[in-house]
Design a protein around this ligand. Structure first.
Ligand code: IPM
Ligand code: MG
Length: 356
């Protein structure tokens, strides 16, 4: 029995979450496990009604759960960042989810905007630091609104914070069946503080002689991801650079309609989400592609140790994309959100019946 906290959130969040939960339910039936869902109403509507971002007990409740699922957060009725920092940030920081794990993999050749790129050419695991950097909220304004205004936001890295995510990345790289190369993506040539990342990478890396250490400045990283994506295996990077390069990665996979990620603290409750935002203009229209959310659910299953269930869900998504039954990933695919969710369920049932 697994207890899973669910925040559907804003915009298309609840719609794509519904489809991910249907996939979860089907996987539970097929693979013989049980789930108990705890629904949280957090998001713009809840905030506008109650002035509360998260309930005071939410984080402590979540700590004793097995996993969390988040749809999407963000709403144009509120000032930029209030919900994002108050809900997504609060969960990441409050639960100390220091790894943001974002696989960039191509499910089917026709989805990639790069010429002649095959699934085996695009399979990068990005390990994004998730609790430090400019996201910590240390900063402020001086003489706000005047011509002399100063705006300050600190890029904070701690030895502990850097070390734990780098160690996680070396371990993750070791587990992958690829070429055992870990790339540190930073900007050490301009940002002196990134020297801490370099030194820590060297020191931790010394205990991983089987893994090749590689380096890319973030600007060059963007270039290489487009030019030679096949040269990357696992990448470890700062919070902000990880945010940016994984949107680029999502487009290489075919779009935000498919990219998923996990906010992880090994051994503790972790939170899984599609990388896309709340896409307010598509809210309630039943047109958003739920595959990113369904892939995030597959990552959640994998994290729970349900590897066969995770592989089956991801396999169903892959089959539907490769066969072009789901031809594209945008809201203009001609398929409805619940229809795509239904296709995944059918494929899951078909594939597992065949496997038995
Ligand atoms: C992401 C998002 C968030 C981030 C926003 C919503 C604060 O872009 O998860 O990539 O910057 O981390
Ligand atoms: Mg982002």
């Amino acid at each position: 029995m697994y207890t899973i906290g669910v925040i559907g959130g804003d915009g298309i969040g609840p719609e794509v979450t519904r489809e991910a939960l249907r996939a979860l339910e089907a996987a539970a039936r097929i693979f013989g496990f049980e789930t108990r869902l705890v629904d949280y109403p957090f998001g713009a509507d809840h905030y506008l009604k109650t002035k509360e971002l998260m309930s005071p007990t939410a984080l402590s409740e979540m700590r004793s759960m097995d996993a969390l699922f988040l749809g999407a957060i963000g709403d144009p009725r509120l000032p930029i960042g209030v919900l994002e920092r108050g809900i997504v940030g609060e969960c990441r920081f409050g639960l100390d989810l220091f790894v943001n794990l974002r696989p960039i993999k191509l499910f089917s050749e026709h989805l990639c905007p790069l010429k002649d790129t095959k699934p085996e050419d695009l399979d990068i695991l990005v390990v994004r630091e998730n609790t430090e950097d400019v996201y910590t909220g240390i900063g402020g304004f001086l003489k706000k609104g005047t011509p002399d205004e100063v705006a300050l936001q600190e890029m904070i890295y701690t030895r502990k914070g850097v070390e734990r995510v780098i160690r996680y990345a070396f371990e993750a790289c070791r587990k992958r069946a690829k070429n055992k190369k870990l790339t540190l993506c930073d900007k050490a040539n301009a940002v002196a503080a990134h020297d801490l990342w370099r030194r820590t990478f060297e020191e931790v890396g010394a205990s991983y002689p089987d893994i090749q250490r590689d380096y890319a400045y973030v600007d060059a990283m963007c270039m290489w991801m487009v030019k030679n994506p096949e040269t990357f295996d696992t990448v470890v990077t700062t919070n902000m650079f990880g945010d940016i390069i994984t949107d680029l990665g999502a487009m290489l996979q075919g779009g935000l309609g498919i990219a998923a990620g996990g906010n992880i603290h090994p051994g503790r409750v972790s939170m899984f989400e599609p990388i896309h935002g709340s896409a307010p203009k598509y809210k309630g229209k039943n047109v958003a592609n739920p595959l990113a959310a369904i892939n995030a659910m597959a990552m959640l299953l994998d994290h729970l140790g349900l590897a066969a269930a995770a592989a089956a869900v991801e396999g169903a998504v892959r089959t539907l994309l490769v066969s072009k039954r789901i031809p594209s990933l945008g809201a203009d695919s001609g398929l409805k959100t619940d229809q795509i969710g239904g296709m995944v369920l059918d494929e899951l049932a078909r594939a597992t019946a065949r496997g038995k």
